[in-house]
Design a protein. Structure first.
Ligand SMILES: NC(=O)c1ccc[n+]([C@@H]2O[C@H](COP(=O)([O-])OP(=O)(O)OC[C@H]3O[C@@H](n4cnc5c(N)ncnc54)[C@H](OP(=O)(O)O)[C@@H]3O)[C@@H](O)[C@H]2O)c1
Length: 265
């Protein structure tokens, strides 16, 4: 039987690292992609030691021209047949829009959207040939509700959600299942922790950690869920939010978004 692999972008730390661990724990071979650095290679070594599966690392800047094609070529050249593609690499920022240099936005739009699209585009023909294959795209709760003061980020995540939902229906007659992962705030680093601390007590109710998100994400993906929202509080928040008139909804979201704007330095 052909050996298969789960490919995870942004797998050196945070949610991506936890997703890689979760897949390996379930006996899946993993391919870890992130910026080249010690964390990435250590992550692969630790996964091999802990879970006894294959783990291979490919370090590159995914925002570089043709980087997604290079990842695909790396898999082809090494005979890695991917049956689960996890487009997780991405980042966000919240601030007054024109206070942030345009280059930062350009990188975010490229990583969150174009890279996810190009990875999917390159791997799709091969995924379609399999009886069962999966694509998990990392969106966000902010890919389900527009967030003021994070206008560009929330727009990138709406792109991810819409792309995932639409492509899923296009692939209904194939064995490829597409899901969008929509977590609320997840503490993955010091900056994230500071942001949560700025947001006050209520925000802390919805905060999760990568090790909590990962099993929910993989269970949801294997069950073929369209949208995966980890955490009951987050699910309730989306339900309540969707039930409100748009003007009121946006007023409330403005308050939430304004609470996390960094202080001017
Ligand atoms: N954390 C949250 O609160 C949250 C909430 C909802 C959705 N999300 C989404 O979940 C995903 C993961 O978020 P996270 O918080 O876990 O991120 P993170 O901790 O910052 O990790 C990001 C990962 O992406 C990699 N990466 C960043 N830029 C890259 C580039 N140019 N080329 C290749 N790899 C790159 C990083 O690699 P290196 O570190 O090695 O550079 C790292 O492995 C993102 O799409 C994010 O938008 C996060």
């Amino acid at each position: 039987m052909e050996k298969h692999y789960t490919l995870i972008t942004g797998a050196s730390m945070g949610i991506g690292r936890a997703l890689a661990e979760e897949c390996a724990k379930r006996g899946r071979n993993v391919l870890l992609v992130a910026l080249d650095g010690p964390e990435l290679h250590t992550a692969a070594q630790e996964i091999v030691q802990k879970h006894g599966v294959e783990a291979h690392a490919f370090g590159l800047d995914l925002t570089a021209t043709d980087a997604p094609l290079k990842v695909y070529t790396w898999c082809q050249e090494n005979g890695y047949s991917v049956d689960m593609l996890i487009n997780n690499a991405g980042f966000g920022l919240g601030d007054i829009l024109d206070r942030v240099p345009i280059g930062v936005y350009q990188k975010m739009l490229r990583l969150n959207n174009q890279v996810m699209f190009e990875m999917t585009y390159h791997f799709l023909p091969q995924l379609k040939q399999l009886d069962k294959a999966y694509i998990l795209n990392s969106s966000s709760m902010e890919g389900l509700m527009p967030m003021p003061f994070k206008a560009a980020y929330t727009a990138t995540k709406h792109f991810v959600t819409a792309f995932s939902l639409s492509l899923r229906e296009e692939l209904a007659e194939t064995g490829v299942s597409v899901s969008a992962l929509c977590p609320g705030p997840v503490v993955t680093n010091e900056d994230g922790l500071k942001r949560i601390q700025r947001s006050g007590r209520k925000a802390k109710l919805v905060v999760m950690y990568p090790y909590q998100v990962a099993p929910i994400a993989i269970n949801g993906l294997l069950k073929g869920k369209r949208i995966i929202i980890p955490g009951v509080m987050n699910q309730i928040m989306i339900l309540v939010n969707n039930g409100l008139p748009l003007a009121l909804r946006m007023k409330l979201l403005r308050k939430i978004g304004a609470a996390v704007i960094p202080k001017e330095t």
